[in-house]
Design a binder for this molecule. Structure first.
Ligand code: G16
Length: 598
């Protein structure tokens, strides 16, 4: 019989889940007494005691430092609180989309995911704990607020300190706990249920032909030492026949090999460099927990995430899953560029604009209103689960390549010709002093809400823009009527261009200010112009209106990962260029990269 202990604790006031769970430095979880225990107890407390004896929870994480410790705590606290059954990925490994898939498949009451997503790991990196509900999606605000309220008042938690499970052994381990029904911990293969789901979504025979048939293409997939490695190996290499060396960094590491597991042009620079060599036709990188993706074409042609979802939407009927389900609707988060809107309009599909955070898509999917959605933050997915899904997005792109028999670049350029192009960029100012960031946003809101602001003209260089709308984005959920306010300051100009400011909800220290710029161009002569040139006037106006530099002391972004790569032909040579601003030990480094004669 395993003993239950009641431990006296003191509540913490800073356990409010952000955009996607509670994310803090590892040291916060490790060094503050009972910090992780308190939050895990707060999560389990939202499951009604009467439900717990019939409840199954799925548990998995991205392999980062502290994950295994946290899983043992979840096991001990779940057992002591009368949860009946835990399903855990082998060695704790399960990607965020796979957890969502398993929750839905076995009809669990929910799941706990141990990840800080794309944030760095290791003893000095970040850790995170996220609760997902029975739909498989991140807990909505009603539940995360409840978790936060409980955490602020928690005086004690229940735990079975002697209970230990072997996370490496597939199978069931059963324990007698107090008067409860036997408590079962089931260790499952991390990949199988997810792989089975993908087999039902895509045409695996066509993908196999594309990746290993006589006219196969060459792909390069970078798991960035995150959780997606075993999934890529099993599904893309073993099952679809791509050679073993087409997948790299596939062993999950506690510190992601010392890198940021963040799939963008800066942090996935190795992949970008390899791709520019021209050996590979298609490249992709994933984040720590496998829900984000970056898609590259031959020679490193960059597909902006806002464009990626638009291309999938425009080609959606080639994917067997959607042939069966039909396309119920499309959605993007508010700061994501309007590329998807153009497809929705042309194909007469319903489009929803939600606040940032995948959780906002869930209600629409559950209500049968949404099939495909995406975010500028490298998230793409569909209603097959309730999380964004990196490998799904890659297989969606490969399906399009298989059907259209064109390169990534040709597909993207055709798309812009047909629908016009949204030039898009995002500047991130990380670890800004929180008070300064809040004041900047508040002051900007005051400026924007002045009666004279709408109609005002702003000029930079030879461009002039007139303000058509200025607001703080609020969203009314069309399904349950819930209202989410203060989701980002929007300045929308009369030509549809947008400047957006919002504070990130996923940082772990200080405040991160995000500045998003979106500008639409339908003139086919202009769609290949340099995005930097196209967006420079709007960036300039955004910085002037917000006085960001003066108010935060930041003269440049910590990182600007979204300056699009672009390509053109010059003297019969293919020329590719991208501008990347990246932090180095010596300060910010701005690089213009050009590749010619590829
Ligand atoms: C999470 C959310 C996404 C959101 C992203 C960035 O992703 O699931 O919906 O777009 O954070 O949020 P923010 O701009 O507030 O930092 P992930 O991959 O970090 O879980």
């Amino acid at each position: 019989m395993v003993k239950i202990t009641t431990v006296k604790t003191k509540p913490y006031t800073d356990q409010k889940p952000g955009t996607s769970g509670l994310r803090k430095r590892v040291t916060v979880f490790q060094q503050n007494q009972h910090y992780a225990e308190n939050f895990i107890q707060s999560i389990i407390s939202v499951i009604e005691p009467a439900e717990r004896q019939a409840a199954t929870l799925v548990v998995g994480g991205d392999g980062r430092f502290f994950m295994k410790d946290a899983i043992q705590l979840i096991v001990q606290i779940a057992a002591a609180n009368g949860i009946n059954h835990l399903v855990i990925g082998q060695n704790g490994i399960m990607s965020t989309p796979a957890v969502s898939c398993v929750i839905r498949k076995i009809k669990a009451v929910g799941g706990i995911i141990l990840t800080a997503s794309h944030n760095p790991g290791g003893p000095n990196g970040d850790f995170g704990i996220k609760y997902n509900i029975s739909s498989g999606g991140p807990a909505p605000e009603g539940i995360t607020n409840k978790i936060f309220d409980i955490s602020k008042n928690l005086q004690e938690y229940l735990i079975c300190p002697e209970l230990k499970v072997d996370l490496s052994k597939i199978g069931k381990q059963t324990f007698e706990v107090d008067t409860f029904k036997p408590f079962t911990v089931e260790i499952v293969d991390s990949v199988e249920a997810y792989a089975e789901m993908l087999r039902g979504i895509f045409d695996f025979a066509a993908l196999k032909e594309l990746l290993s048939g006589p006219n196969h293409i060459n792909v390069r997939l970078d798991a960035m030492h995150g959780v997606v490695g075993p999934y890529v190996k099993k599904i893309v290499c073993e099952e679809l026949g791509s050679p073993a060396n087409s997948a790299v960094n596939c062993v999950p590491q506690e510190d992601f090999g010392g890198h940021h597991p963040d799939p963008n042009l800066t942090y996935a620079a190795d992949l970008v460099n390899t791709m520019k060599g021209g050996e590979y036709d298609f490249g992709a990188a994933f984040d720590g927990d496998g829900d984000r993706n970056m898609v590259l074409g031959k020679h490193g042609f960059f597909v902006n995430p806002s464009d990626s979802v638009a291309v999938i939407a425009a080609n959606i009927t080639g994917i067997p899953y959607f042939q069966k389900t039909g396309v119920k609707g499309l959605a993007r988060s508010m700061p994501t560029s309007g590329a998807l809107d153009n497809v929705a309009k042309a194909l007469k599909m319903q489009l929803y604009e939600t606040p940032t955070g995948w959780k906002f898509f869930g209600n629409l999917m559950d209500a049968g209103k949404l099939s495909l959605c995406g975010e500028e933050s490298f998230g793409t997915g569909s209603d097959h689960i309730r999380e964004k899904d990196g490998l799904w997005a890659v297989l969606a792109w490969l399906s399009i390549l298989a059907t259209r028999k064109q390169s990534v670049e040709e597909i993207m350029k055709d798309h812009w010709q047909k629908f016009g192009r949204n030039f898009f960029t995002r500047y991130d100012y990380e670890e800004v002093d929180s008070d300064a960031a809040n004041k900047m946003i508040k002051d900007l809101e005051t400026t924007m809400f002045d009666a004279s602001f709408v109609g005002k003209k702003f000029s930079s260089g030879d461009k002039t823009y007139e303000v058509a709308v200025a607001d703080n984005f609020a969203y009314t959920d069309p399904v349950d009527g819930s209202v989410s306010k203060n989701q980002g300051l929007r300045i929308i100009f009369s030509d549809g261009s947008r400047i957006i400011f919002r504070l990130s909800g996923t940082g772990s220290a200080g405040a991160t200010i995000r500045l998003y710029i979106d500008s639409y161009e339908k003139d086919p002569q202009k769609i290949y112009q340099d995005p930097q040139v196209m967006l420079a006037p709007l960036v300039d106006i955004a910085l002037k209106v917000s006085q960001l530099q003066e108010k935060t002391g930041r003269t440049g972004p910590t990182i600007c990962v979204f300056i699009d790569a672009m390509s053109c032909t010059w003297k019969n040579q293919l020329v590719l260029s991208a501008t990347v601003i990246s932090p180095t030990d010596q300060g910010l480094r701005k690089r213009s990269i050009h590749w010619r004669n590829l």
